[in-house]
Design a protein around this ligand. Structure first.
Ligand code: AMP
Ligand code: ZN
Length: 468
């Protein structure tokens, strides 16, 4: 197939024709989760976006000719803190979180990457890189730490293109007296008692652990080589994480580039606001999957181009659910079993080849649905196979039970812990009413009202909704 894939490259700030180093082995690395808690819907965005790219690359170059590496960060301060807080073993916490992550993203229709390397299984590669950097004059040992010396790299900062003072402020790097330069960042640091630790490199006697950036340089090297095709992640990773990955890998291998294309997805917001625990609008994939089929979440994510910010709203989810239900109903009316493995619709491919234009791809699918609605069986077949290929039409979507579930689609964006709290209060109110303690039941109703919860009593029990 004579195709031309164009991808926006953050490094050159332009859309460029994609040319792999080796078409027989197209190589992509995407920064994966730090495994200490359930992944939130913002974390799902890079997973879905790069899954679409993975599918497209496999389509162009052949399934066996694409290597997709998405790492697991299983050594980190947040992991240590959470394990201590819960009183569980670090390994137990990371394994449990990783298992949950895998099942959450599978529900979002994402294929497993070719390799999912764990940071803790690549300590030797990290130490090798660190020793090379020290030998090459790009890093130095200071008080049990190994630091990368930023001024040792003439063109440091090309990815983020920030002025020096902004970089120093943005990196929030510790101001430590032993640093040669304020921008220098940690490659290796001493482990405190009780923290995971490994024998240190560079003749440091005390055990230590790696910094975050070196983990990705080591895993990308091990699984993809010194230079590879695509490196991806969320826009927040451009600086300092990806800038520092580039510095480490390029200085260790004396290469001009680490990856040839740097791709970054925009941020996800909830109902127009930044998602954060303190604002109470923080949603895990797990929470959302209780109310919405994974296909609806995936479809909703793909309605926005990956580089744009996305606003995650109930009305958007309802629209996505309606669109999918509409397609499933049309396909069901064709009363046939559809063949799998048919070439995706050309218009859809064309849209994706233009820097993953998923909104355009979905618009093309709406056109197919329109033809199928008017009885065009070939269009129905194309809609089905393209939807399957893109991961939005699945067996579950096509089964009538699931279509009915989508049609309910009245769920609201209420975080799970808040839902549990509301249900606990409703149960207490029901118990108070049974005991004819109306003073208490009224008090609970008022408490719920103050939380913005409106109750509806019926003979079947009490339901609730958030006041608009
Ligand atoms: P983290 O576990 O925080 O390192 O994030 C894992 C991935 O999710 C990274 O690629 C982040 O850039 C991405 N990410 C985190 N929060 C959001 C968000 N709100 N919207 C989009 N991507 C995000
Ligand atoms: Zn990374």
């Amino acid at each position: 197939m004579a195709v031309e894939l164009k991808l926006y490259d953050t490094l050159t700030r332009e859309k460029r024709v994609f040319q792999p180093l080796d078409p027989a082995n197209v190589r992509m690395y995407v920064c994966g989760p730090t495994v200490y808690d359930f992944a939130h819907i913002g974390n799902a965005r890079p997973v879905i976006v790069f899954d679409v790219l993975f599918r497209l690359l496999r389509h162009i170059y052949g399934e066996r000719h694409v290597t997709y590496v998405r790492n697991i960060t299983d050594v980190d301060d947040k992991i240590n803190a959470r394990a201590a807080e819960r009183g569980v073993d670090i390994r137990q916490l990371t394994e449990e979180t990783y298992t949950n992550f895998k099942s959450d993203v599978a529900a979002l229709g994402c294929l497993p990457p070719t390799v999912e390397p764990r940071a803790t299984e690549h300590i030797e590669e990290m130490k090798t890189l660190i020793e090379r950097l020290v030998a090459g004059g790009h890093a130095y040992v200071a008080e049990g730490n190994v630091l990368f010396n930023v001024p040792s790299m003439a063109d440091y900062g090309r990815l983020s293109k920030r002025p020096l003072d902004e970089m120093i402020a943005g990196a929030r790097v510790e101001v430590a007296p032993y640093k040669k330069d304020a921008q220098d960042f940690v490659l290796w640091k001493p482990s405190k008692p009780g923290e995971p630790g490994w024998a240190s490199p560079c003749g440091i006697a005390a055990p230590g652990r790696p910094g975050w950036h070196i983990e990705c340089s080591a895993m990308a090297w091990k699984h993809l080589g010194e230079t590879f095709d695509i490196h991806g992640g969320g826009i927040d990773l451009v600086f300092p994480h990806h800038e520092n990955e580039i510095a480490q890998s390029r200085c260790a291998f004396h290469t001009q580039v680490m990856a040839n294309y740097w791709m970054h997805n925009g941020f996800l917001q909830v109902e127009g606001e930044k998602m954060s625990k303190s604002l109470g609008n923080f949603f895990t994939i797990r929470d959302l999957l209780k109310d919405w089929p994974g296909e609806v979440l995936r479809f909703n994510m793909l309605r926005t181009h990956y580089r744009q910010p996305i606003d995650w709203t109930v009305s958007g989810l309802n629209e996505s659910a309606n669109a999918l239900r509409h397609w499933a109903n049309i396909l069901e009316r064709h009363k046939t079993s559809f063949n799998s493995g048919i070439e995706p619709e050309r218009g859809v491919l064309k849209a994706l080849l233009d820097d993953l234009n998923t909104p355009m791809a979905l618009a093309e699918m709406h056109k197919l649905a329109d033809h199928a609605r008017k009885g065009d069986h070939q269009a129905a077949q194309k809609l089905h196979s393209t939807g399957e290929w893109l991961g939005v039409i699945t067996h579950a979507v096509m089964s009538s039970a699931s279509i009915a579930a989508i049609s309910e689609a009245a769920a609201q964006l209420v975080p799970e812990d808040r839902k549990q709290e509301i249900q606990r209060l409703i149960d207490a109110r029901t118990a108070a009413r049974k005991a004819k303690d109306f003073k208490e039941s009224d008090r609970i109703r008022d408490e719920l009202a103050a939380m913005g919860v409106v109750l509806k009593d019926s003979k079947d029990g009490t339901t609730w909704e958030i006041a608009r």
